[in-house]
Design a protein around this ligand. Structure first.
Ligand code: PLP
Length: 326
């Protein structure tokens, strides 16, 4: 499949021995997709390698996508556009900041993205409208859906499982990992990993910690994941059907909703920073690690397990959440 190289792969696979000891679990690993290397890194780099290749194949001159004001996806899209000499229009939820931009928003600005503000809409509701406006003035926009979550984006994560298997020394050693834990939101990360898990015959669980309080408006999240996985498998020529039962997602840790930092995230971020020197983010990985810690405390995840925490990035947002974190 056409792919543009944007990141540093394979990302490191490391142990978190001090955190594992503290939590009372046999082995904790971390897959460092926060180190993908594109303007601060993160999971969207894997998706963008395929999405941007498609944009170039279609002769686009501008990438258009959407997200929250502190979207990591938007920041990495802006970086990919800059790298390839494309324009970038970001449709961001909320209103322009009244003070200096910080975190991802500051980086979007430095990366040269054009910003449009969409008030209550942060999930791409206005994307088609913006694309039409750009076409009307002669530009050639390429629409990247919210979170980069379509089959092309998920293909990036399907490829991440063979990468992990190779790092582990093959499918056999990979099977020693009982569970993979990830933050799950627009879905292509989890859907892609599940397709990739089939490709390398990974028998363990891929547990998505949902970040958003509500299920998607149109259908249950697991159905959305199954559809994405089906489309991804078709794209990659993987002969397998997927159903909602193939996906494990918990919505136990959504707290007060998207982007609202509570004690769960604060404690997980502090603990991981102080025991491992590893920085999580306030919206996604802080919440996912908080969920993982709680599941270990409650013995839903047993003390003899080997767990891999897939770090999906987001560190720049820490600076925008300073008030909630200190
Ligand atoms: C840091 C981080 N982790 C996880 C996710 C969730 O990935 P997905 O939207 O593919 O479910 C995102 C999405 O924006 C993210 O920025």
């Amino acid at each position: 499949m056409p792919r543009v190289s944007l990141g540093h792969f394979p990302t490191p696979l490391e142990g978190l021995p001090r955190l594992a000891r503290h939590l009372g679990i046999a082995r904790l690993l971390v897959k460092r997709d926060d180190q993908t290397g594109l303007a601060g890194g993160g999971n969207k780099t894997r998706k963008l390698e395929f999405l941007v290749a498609d944009a170039l194949a279609q002769g686009a001159d501008t990438l258009v996508t959407a997200g929250a004001a502190q979207s990591n996806h938007c920041r990495q899209t802006a970086a990919a556009a800059a790298r390839l000499g494309l324009g970038c229009v970001l449709v961001l939820g909320g209103a322009p900041p009244t003070e200096l931009p910080t975190g991802n928003l500051l980086l979007d600005t430095l990366l040269g993205a054009e910003l449009r503000w969409s008030g209550p809409y942060r999930r791409g509701e206005l994307l088609h409208q913006v694309v039409e406006e750009l076409r009307a003035v002669g530009r050639r926009p390429y629409l990247i859906p919210y979170g980069g979550s379509n089959a092309l984006g998920a293909a990036g994560y399907a490829h991440a499982m063979p990468e992990l298997a190779e790092q582990c020394g093959g499918s056999g050693p990979l099977a020693a990992i009982d569970r993979i834990v990830i933050a799950s939101s627009s879905g292509a990360t989890q859907a892609g990993l599940v397709v990739g898990a089939h490709m390398v015959a990974y028998p363990g669980q891929i547990l998505g910690i949902a970040i958003d309080k509500d299920e998607p408006p149109d259908r249950p999240y697991a159905e959305h994941l199954a559809t994405l996985a089906e489309q991804t498998a078709a794209l990659l020529g993987v002969a397998r059907t997927f159903t909602p039962q193939d996906f494990t997602v918990t919505r136990e840790y959504v707290g007060a909703g998207y982007g609202v930092v509570g004690e769960l995230e604060r404690e997980a971020i502090r603990l991981t920073a102080r025991l491992e020197g590893l920085l999580l983010d306030p919206v996604y990985t802080g919440r996912a690690m908080g969920g993982l810690i709680d599941l270990i405390h409650r013995r839903v995840i047993g003390p003899k397990e080997t767990v891999l925490f897939w770090h999906t990035g987001g560190m720049p947002a820490l600076f925008a959440y300073a008030q909630a974190l200190v």
